[in-house]
Design a protein around this ligand. Structure first.
Ligand SMILES: Cc1ncc(COP(=O)(O)O)c(C=O)c1O
Length: 413
C-alpha cells in the first residue's frame, strides 16, 4: 500500500445514470445537472452487480486509508479529475466513561473533525469539485453556514475554479476568514442560509455560476455517502444499532442511508440497518415537527436560532428524503435545547478529554435525552457524529492567571 494509491491510476467507475429522488425519472450521467426536471434532488445510480464483481472486502482492506478507497462506488471516472487534500478515514473514538456513567451500552464518536478544513463538509465538496473539474465548470457559488463554504473554497482554489460564497451575517468569524483565506469571494448576508440560497439561485442565470447548494448538486451526497461506507467497514462490516446525526440539509443522513443500501446490494452487509436519528436544535427543528406530525415535507421554520450554526437550516430541499430514511430505519427526529448542547459539550470535554463541536454536542445531548426516555436501549451500540473539530468554534475564556512576581501559593493546587 502506498499513500496515494487510490488517487493514481484508473479504476472502473460504475455510474450508469442519475435518477430523480421523487419520480425516479432517469437523467444522463456525465452532464452538468442541478435539480431533476421535477425540481427534486438527483441521485447517482451505479451498476452494482458490476461493483460486486470488481470489488471485494479483501481488496478494499489493502487500499490506502482514505475516502478514495471506495472509488468503484463514487462518480469520478478519471484519476486526473480527483482534487484531493488528504481525505483520511476518520477515527471512531469510544467514550467508555460516559457510557458507564449512563448505565452501559456503547458510545462511539465518529470524529469528522480530522478531515481537511476541519469538517465532514470536505467529503461532499471534494466530490462536487472533482466532478465540476471533470465537467469543465469554471465558477461555483454556494450558500453556507460556514463549514461547507470553507471546504468549497479550499478544493475549488486547488482546482483553479472561481468561487463565490454567501453566509448569514453571524457566521462564526473563523469560518468567514478561512473561506476568504482559501481563495473564495465571501459575502455576509443579513439573512439565513435559505436567503443566501436565493441569491445563489437567482445569480445562476445572471452571472452564469454553478449552483453548488446542498442537494441541488448531485455529487456532494456521494461524498457524504462515504461516512456510511467507512463506518460499516470500520465496524467489521456491521452497522451500529443507532446513528445520531446533526441534521441541517441532511445530506449526510441521506448519503449514509444510500450507502447502506448499496453495501447490501453488493453483499458487504446484511439486512440490518441502524436506526437513523435526526438531531436538531430546539430553535430550528423543522424535521422534528414534520416527523411528529407524520408529514412527508417540512415547511420553513421561522425565526430559526441556535448556537449550533451548522444545523440552523430552516428549510431543506431534501426534507422528504431525510424523513423517509428516518422512518424506514425505525428511527426518529429529536430536538435539543441550546443549554443541553452546551452542557453536553462541557461534559464530554471534561470527562473524556474530547472537544465536540456544538453540532456534535447536540448528538450527545440527544442520546442522553433518548436514553432517559427509553427511545434507545442501554445496551445499544450508538454512533454520534462529531461533524467538525471543536477548535473551529469560539471557546469560553479560561479564567485563572498567576502573578509570577509574587510568591506562588502552592496550597491552592
Ligand atoms: C458541523 C456541522 N454539523 C452538521 C451540519 C449539518 O449537515 P447536513 O447538511 O449534512 O445535515 C453542518 C452543516 O453545515 C455542520 O457544519
Amino acid at each position: 500500500m502506498i499513500y496515494d494509491d487510490n488517487l493514481r491510476g484508473e479504476r472502473p467507475s460504475f455510474v450508469t445514470h442519475l435518477e430523480c429522488a421523487m419520480t425516479g425519472e432517469r437523467h444522463e450521467a456525465d452532464r452538468i445537472h442541478n435539480l431533476s426536471r421535477a425540481g427534486k434532488p438527483l441521485l447517482v445510480r451505479y451498476d452494482l452487480a458490476g461493483v460486486a464483481k470488481a470489488l471485494s472486502k479483501d481488496v478494499l482492506a489493502r487500499r490506502a486509508p482514505d475516502l478514495w478507497r471506495y472509488r468503484e462506488l463514487l462518480p469520478v471516472r478519471r484519476a486526473e479529475d480527483i482534487v484531493s487534500l488528504g481525505e483520511c478515514m476518520t477515527p471512531i473514538v469510544p467514550m467508555p466513561k460516559l457510557a458507564a456513567k449512563l448505565g452501559g451500552g456503547e458510545i462511539l464518536v465518529k470524529d469528522e473533525g480530522r478531515l481537511p478544513t476541519g469538517s465532514f463538509k470536505a467529503r461532499g465538496l471534494v466530490m462536487a469539485v472533482s466532478m465540476a473539474k471533470a465537467l469543465g465548470i469554471k465558477h461555483m457559488a454556494m450558500p453556507t453556514n460556514g463549514n461547507a463554504g470553507a471546504a468549497l473554497a479550499a478544493y475549488a482554489s486547488r482546482a483553479g475554479i472561481k468561487t463565490t460564497i454567501f453566509c448569514p451575517e453571524d457566521t462564526p468569524e473563523v469560518n468567514v476568514s478561512e473561506i476568504a483565506l482559501q481563495g473564495a469571494d465571501v459575502y455576509r448576508v443579513n439573512g439565513l442560509i435559505d436567503d443566501c440560497g436565493k441569491i445563489v439561485g437567482e445569480g445562476k442565470a445572471k452571472v452564469g455560476w454553478f449552483d453548488t447548494s446542498t442537494l441541488k448538486e448531485p455529487y456532494r451526497i456521494e461524498g457524504k455517502k462515504t461516512m456510511g461506507l467507512e463506518l460499516a467497514e470500520q465496524l467489521g462490516w456491521q452497522v451500529p444499532d443507532a446513528i445520531f446525526y446533526p441534521t441541517g440539509g441532511g445530506t449526510g443522513l441521506i448519503g449514509m442511508w444510500k450507502a447502506f443500501a448499496e453495501l447490501e446490494t453488493i453483499g458487504f452487509i446484511g439486512k440490518k440497518r441502524p436506526r437513523m436519528i435526526a438531531v436538531q436544535a430546539a430553535g430550528c427543528a423543522p424535521m422534528v415537527r414534520a416527523f411528529e406530525a407524520g408529514e412527508e415535507h417540512a415547511p420553513r421554520w421561522e425565526n430559526a436560532h441556535t448556537i449550533a450554526s451548522g444545523i440552523r437550516v430552516p428549510q431543506a430541499v431534501g426534507d422528504f428524503l431525510i424523513l423517509r430514511a428516518v422512518r424506514e430505519s425505525g428511527g426518529f427526529a429529536i430536538a435539543v435545547a441550546d443549554e443541553a448542547i452546551t452542557a453536553a459539550l462541557d461534559e464530554m470535554a471534561r470527562e473524556e478529554g474530547f472537544l465536540l463541536c456544538p453540532e456534535g454536542a447536540a448528538t450527545y445531548a440527544a442520546y442522553k435525552q433518548s436514553l432517559a426516555s427509553g427511545r434507545v436501549k442501554k445496551t445499544d451500540r450508538v454512533v454520534l457524529f462529531n461533524c467538525a473539530t471543536g477548535l473551529k468554534y469560539p471557546l469560553p475564556p479560561a479564567k485563572r492567571a498567576l502573578d509570577r512576581t509574587k510568591p506562588v501559593d502552592y496550597s491552592m493546587f
